[in-house]
Design a protein around this ligand. Structure first.
Ligand code: NDP
Length: 282
């Protein structure tokens, strides 16, 4: 039976370590502050923003909340970001996505200073990741790396297969596994004979957005299977992109949904906020 990788416990461990680092910074006279901007009142976004504020409170990071009306224009949002970029008391800036359709999302993400880009979505952050420079790392894939490391699963020299090539998960995931000296293959919707590729994986990361898509026939005996997907089923229960019940008997280690990758994203966002102090010193 596979080891169940406990994302809830690992994320709490990370947050507790961060809490100590934040307290040490405070004692030395440095406060850390994250600005969180939400435009409109999308219900899911409100829940995400509130969870981020709670995590900040837990760790001891100050959060500045901007709750802007739905009709906010791109220019108004850009003006706020510009002001926050210039404030020395603000370490991180996060715009909760998606923004309303009339707002130019690309322009907004580009406007955030790469030195305050705690989501790690700015092209400069992406570039820094790809050439091995210090910088903010996209939170969900960074969380996957921590899950592997803290479960004692080494990446070096392993066959790593990432299914999905989105800018926020698949691509940065592959870059991070490569940075850890994995041998990395990326699969996508045009990959031929997907199972023949995924079956090579010692570490299989799945981020395709299709409920229970990956079954036992895609998995090598003993592989570590990391499920990034999250879906709410008709019965109200959550499930991932991996068919957990089918794959667990074959895998060596596996993340459940919920309680696997999900809790790691906020923990790594908090990590980026704390790291910002060091990055901004350079
Ligand atoms: P996207 O829809 O942006 O990307 C999906 C990727 O999967 C694409 O690259 C697509 O290929 C590929 N794909 C789709 N179907 C197949 C298939 N049949 N075979 C192989 N590849 C396929 O999704 P995201 O990366 O944003 O998210 C993926 C999942 O992770 C979602 O369930 C999302 O909810 C979840 N998620 C969870 C987070 C968390 O914190 N736990 C954070 C972010 C996302 P192509 O490029 O060719 O179209």
């Amino acid at each position: 039976m596979a080891i169940r990788i406990d994302g809830k416990a690992i994320s709490t461990e990370i947050k507790d370590e961060l809490k100590e680092r934040v307290a040490a910074y405070k004692a030395a006279g440095t406060d850390i502050c994250l600005a969180v901007i939400q435009v409109g009142d999308d219900k899911a976004s409100t829940v995400y923003v509130s969870n981020k504020k709670k995590a900040c409170e837990y760790i001891g990071i100050k959060s500045l909340a901007y709750e802007l009306p739905e009709e906010t224009t791109t220019e108004e949002l850009l003006a706020i970001i510009e002001e926050l970029n210039g404030r020395s008391d603000v370490n991180g800036i996060l715009v909760q996505l998606p923004v309303p359709k009339h707002i130019d999302e690309e322009k907004i993400l580009l406007a955030i200073s790469p030195d305050k880009d705690v989501d790690g979505f700015h092209p400069v952050s992406v570039g820094r990741l790809n050439i091995g420079q210090k910088g903010f790392r996209s939170c969900t894939p960074a969380g996957v790396i921590q899950l592997l490391k803290r479960t004692g699963i080494s990446i070096e020299g392993k066959e790593c297969v990432v299914v999905g090539r989105s800018n926020i998960v698949g691509k940065p995931m592959a870059a991070m596994l490569l940075a850890e000296n994995g041998t990395v293959t990326i699969c996508h919707s045009r990959t031929k004979d997907l199972a023949s590729v995924t079956k090579r994986a010692d570490i299989l990361v799945v981020a395709i957005g299709k409920p229970k898509f990956i079954t036992a026939e895609y998995v090598k005996e003993g592989a570590a299977v990391i499920d990034v997907g999250i879906h709410r089923m008709d019965d109200g229960k959550l499930c991932g992109d991996v068919d957990f019940a089918d794959v667990e008997p074959v895998a060596g280690a596996i993340t459940p949904v919920p309680g696997g990758v999900g809790p790691m994203t906020i923990a790594m966002l908090m990590n980026n906020c704390v790291e910002s102090v060091e990055l901004q010193k350079q």
